[in-house]
Design a binder for this molecule. Structure first.
Ligand SMILES: Nc1nc2c(c(=O)[nH]1)N[C@H]1C(S)=C(S)[C@@H](COP(=O)(O)O)O[C@H]1N2
Ligand SMILES: [Mo]
Length: 308
């Protein structure tokens, strides 16, 4: 039987991924025969209730260790292993998110108030970085659309803008001018309202680690990874299109839309293929990272070479 008791096995003998897969298999079986509530993990509950998201891919998730140790978070250094080493200094509790601009419910919300009414679920998404690596990540999170509806944007709100916390004391990378801090991003309102767009709160059924953008980050699976801004402290509803951090840094190389598109090269490299972390062979990158069915209509009639 697949019930794992913590004293049956030394945790050093198994990876988190194996535990996760075993729990999943067990709960899928349990759901079938009507057992529920065996574990407090939200992901397990979701599976037990048979509510695994139709938006999830069935591809094999990347190992938990890889997702949490191979990161991009310039606030903690520019190397891939820097965030895992350095992000412990980020203070995520208490955490507030300022909501402002073109909406009826502006204010400073505590993380607790923000999360309380939200439906947090698991979504297993492909995630493709502009540099050519990719992962499959079992996120926990809620639809950004639910938060936007709560904030009641006015008819002038055409874009949603996000800011990462500005705190050079606890984010040592912000002491160096590698980017214009704080890190900022934006989405057009229809992109933000798309059901695929998540506010991420966890991975593998656990809270986000600091290096992955705790306590709250964006997850936009059909766009290059840099759109998925981490550790969000400010959300602003705007009438005009904001300029994001990577556009500010180099507008010839990074655009506002940044949709995954194998047909549009980065000026310095092709985007046709990607390396899935943990796999040996490169694989073909799919248009919109494989989410065309859900999002292609957002861009109908747009020249995606011009609006890259
Ligand atoms: N605030 C902030 N958000 C950020 C970044 C960053 O440097 N700072 N890096 C981006 C890039 S380029 C990628 S690929 C993803 C990486 O997310 P991960 O480390 O959780 O895989 O975060 C994005 N969000
Ligand atoms: Mo990235």
């Amino acid at each position: 039987m697949l019930i794992l008791k913590s004293n049956d096995i030394k945790s050093s003998e198994i990876t988190d991924y194996d535990v996760y897969q075993d729990r999943r298999r067990f709960m899928k079986n349990a759901a079938g025969i009507g057992i529920a509530g065996v574990s407090g993990l939200p992901i397990v509950e979701a599976l037990a209730k048979g509510t695994a998201s139709p938006y999830s891919t069935s591809e094999k998730p990347t190992e938990y260790e890889a997702i949490t140790e191979y990161c991009n978070f310039y606030e903690f250094g520019t190397g891939k292993s820097d965030p895992a080493k350095n992000a412990h200094s980020l203070v995520t509790s208490p955490w507030n998110v300022v909501v402002e601009g073109e909406c009826e419910k502006p204010g400073k919300y505590s993380l607790e108030d923000l999360l309380k009414p939200m439906n947090i679920e698991e979504r297993v998404y492909r995630f493709r970085c502009v540099e050519g690596w990719s992962m499959v990540i079992p996120w926990m999170g809620f639809q950004l659309s639910d938060l936007i509806k709560r904030m009641q944007p006015t008819s002038k709100a055409k874009y949603v803008y996000f800011e990462t916390l500005l705190d050079p004391e606890h984010m040592p990378g912000q002491k160096r001018a590698v980017l214009d801090w704080p890190y900022v991003e934006g989405l057009r309102m229809d992109e933000a309202m798309n059901p695929l767009t998540l506010m991420g709160t966890g991975i593998y059924g656990k809270d986000l680690l600091n290096q992955n953008g705790a306590p709250l980050r964006l997850v936009v699976p059909w766009k290059y990874g840099f759109k998925s801004i981490k550790s969000i402290a400010r959300i602003r509803f705007l009438e005009t299109q904001p300029v994001n951090s990577w556009q500010k840094a180099n507008k010839h190389e990074y655009g506002f839309f940044s949709n995954v598109n194998p047909n549009v090269s980065h000026p310095r490299w092709s985007q046709r293929k990607e390396r899935r972390i943990g796999q040996f062979r490169k694989i073909k990158t799919q248009m919109f990272n494989g989410y065309g069915e859900q999002v292609a209509s957002l861009y109908s009639g747009m020249d995606l070479k011009k609006y890259f």
